[in-house]
Ligand binder design. Sequence first.
Ligand SMILES: C[S@@+](CC[C@H](N)C(=O)[O-])C[C@H]1O[C@@H](n2cnc3c(N)ncnc32)[C@H](O)[C@@H]1O
Length: 608
Amino acid sequence: MRVLTQRIKDLPKIDRPREKMKLQGPDGLTKSELLAIILGSGIKGKNVKKLSEQIIRKFGNNFLDLTVNDLIKVKGIGKIKALQIIAALALVKRFYDERESKESRILFAEDVISLNSDLKNKKKEYLVCLYLNARNVLLKKEVVSIGILDKSIVHPREIFGPAVELRAAGIILVHNHPSGNLAPSKQDIEVVNKIVGAGKIMGINVIDFIIMTDNNFHSFFKNLQQREDELACYVSDDIQYSLFDLLETETSSYIPATKKVHKIYLTPKKRNIAGEFQIQSRRFLGNKYKLLGFIEDIVNEKCNGFESFCDIFAGTGVVGERFNRKNIKIISNDLLFNNYISLKAFLGTTQIDLNFLREKIDLLNNLEPEQDNYFSNHYGNTYFTLENARKINIIREKIEDIAINDDEKSLLITALLYATDKVANTVGHYDAYRKKLDSVQPIQLLMPNIDRGNNYNNKIFKEDANKLIKKISCDVLYIDPPYNSRQYSDAYHLLENLATWEKPLLYGKAKKMDRAHLKSEYCLKIASKVFADLIRNASCKHILVSYNNTGKSKNGRSNARIKDDVMINILKNKGKVEIFERDYKAFTTGKSNTNGHSERVFYCKVRE
Ligand SMILES: C[S@@+](CC[C@H](N)C(=O)[O-])C[C@H]1O[C@@H](n2cnc3c(N)ncnc32)[C@H](O)[C@@H]1O
């Protein structure tokens, strides 16, 4: 007997899956009807609706885990149909996963708090652990202990066991203080140290330990980062932070005795040669010209037989230049282009034809400006006399035409930068100009006093020190970073503008350009962390760090960014530390009270 199967066409329109979906939308369909739409057609003797019902019934709750092989075993499902179904499933799963993971990424302490809001009203102490993957997506949340927190109760096994199972890259611990007191207790600190140490050994980042009360929280991460703002993110440049790195900069253990140096160093006599300028012939905040003897003595005492010297925050370059001699490679670097140009001029390695250079400098000095220009419009009658401002502009313009190569261009621009500084109506930096415009001598370019006879190995860079350090190695690394919150790009914006010569828009009374890209992290609150990163990546035998002891100034901007004990502990991780100290009258902008100021060099003999 022939069994008659109803074809889909024979069903009333309202029951056909496609028609039903048009009318009611996908939510009005059963699972098998939805599947029927993907399948499109049935097989001989079984319409698409029946076929779909059979599949849904057969696989039930395992439907999401189906494979092509499972499906082709069903009569009527060929390879193509099986692939269509699996592709549809995979597509949905993919979107679903991505949405899920975005929703549960734990990037800030505030995310941890909202995930654990139930702890706010608990009467007992809880320790909760969040397990995260490398992107800080939450894998699991688990209560580790209930009751008073004590390092003898909390065993790393309980915390790290699930972390290993889950293949977690990092964990965050949350602990409530029902007492309402936010301050970490002695027990809390012991637990943090124990867990952080264990995490370091296991290669699992302990990202944060948060203490919660009913209305506030304390994050060790935020606190160590010294950040209260939204930038205290647990992941930066795709790298997950760990408290270990931050604690490395904090834990204090010993402060080496300071070696006071009472020797009197006479400022080296300037070889003032008429018509020439030397590397130190400019005003520059924090320059070490007067300390060269002090620094040189330490290098001679400690760094026997060194063959390379890196001045990684070179500024004027006077320190590197002091050691510039045959068989010593000098590596100089600075973030600012105007410093880089002068470093190239004084420490470059190609031979220069001085007569040729003199002719060009004469030519530039004889230019006659006729009208206002970019420089005079912005800086005339304030930083410079109108005539000098106009002339600076036309000289800079002319250099672009006459310099035959990069090296010569650096020399000519350097001559202009030094000459410009001589006639600037300022107290040595360009944060502001003096009210009275009494620098009236006309600008005149001089010849650079350069001796390039001996050294062909030098290298000059214009890079962020923390990036450069990963690419170089040297015997002696000299580090002289900015000490406080004053950005060098603010103080020398005008010279930077003159050197780069892109004629940007200028703002405010001081006529500064946009300097966001020139900001130094050593002037920010994160200076300690950045410094720790520099030292960790340094490949060298000796480290000398110049860091001011400005005392506690009334003017907050003058206070040192890195505390002494932090500096010492960072260096201590690299080797044995000694401190050399010498009294030195600070260069300040006149506003700060810098009693107790002394100049120190932290010396570190790097562990082999
Ligand atoms: C204290 S001054 C160096 C003075 C120098 N030793 C001298 O005697 O002229 C610090 C220098 O570091 C530079 N600087 C600041 N942040 C930097 C960074 N992240 N990388 C490289 N140089 C940086 C500044 O432009 C400035 O010239």
